[in-house]
Design a protein around this ligand. Structure first.
Ligand code: DX5
Ligand code: ZN
Length: 220
């Protein structure tokens, strides 16, 4: 098991950001997951371009920018994606998925296609050469603290098989939503690679962030 952890920064205490980032660097956190929501694609409004810009001044940990916005294909440059970053584009958010993914790659970043729970894997059929990862929403996007959509566990396995059968075993699978310690074990067994950890795990109030990271590492 060598899963990667991407804490969901919308769940982080902004007042303790410096110490939280220092802890993440000390514990080898692989990505910082940035949920960008425009109030249109999802009915919530969260982190934005300035947050990303300031975060880059505070840490070298790569960003994993989750664009839950309309017309992403024209807005990717606003986030100044860097080599090593992931930028995920929802297949449901644009008529120009391939254009958007190619735009991410042209910035030197890694491109990820994001799928809501109900969206079939066939949405990936004609962009497999444009992606480095697939983000499978395991809740309906928009809010932290939701419960896993149960059928998404099978979807993780189906996605791993779908990619491997087509010769894309290098494409990573990222899971996003209610990644609790218990769910993470099931997601790992199903074939996930990158775990977005919010209130269900890393930022769970029952223990310290450092303890939660240790527990999560043991699950994935
Ligand atoms: C969901 C968000 C996630 C996540 C937050 O739209 O993209 O960041 O759900 O973590 P949890 O689900 O554990 O509160
Ligand atoms: Zn997210």
């Amino acid at each position: 098991m060598n899963g990667k952890i991407a804490p969901s920064m919308m769940c982080a205490d902004i007042g303790k950001l410096t110490e939280t980032l220092e802890l993440f660097e000390k514990t080898g956190i692989e990505y910082l997951h940035i949920d960008v929501m425009d109030g249109v694609f999802v009915k919530n409004f969260t982190l934005g371009t300035d947050y990303c810009k300031n975060l880059r001044k505070m840490t070298k940990i790569p960003l994993d920018i989750h664009l839950m916005i309309t017309e992403p294909e024209w807005k990717i440059g606003w986030f100044d994606p860097q080599p090593g970053d992931y930028v995920s584009i929802h297949a449901e958010s644009t008529n120009h998925l391939q254009r958007a993914l190619a735009a991410v790659k042209s910035c030197g970043a890694k491109a990820m296609a994001a799928l809501n729970p109900a969206t079939p894997l066939s949405a990936l059929d004609y962009v497999l050469d444009d992606i480095d990862g697939v983000l499978l929403m395991t809740v309906n996007p928009g809010f932290a603290g939701q419960k896993l959509v149960p059928q998404t566990l099978t979807k993780i396995t189906d996605c791993r098989n779908y990619l491997n059968e087509r010769g894309y075993s290098h494409v990573e699978i990222e899971v996003d939503g209610n990644v609790s310690f218990e769910n993470a074990k099931k997601m790992c067994a199903a074939g996930a690679d990158i775990y977005i950890c919010g209130t269900s795990s890393v930022f769970c109030k029952d223990a310290s962030i450092e303890e939660n990271i240790k527990t999560m590492r043991a699950c994935i």
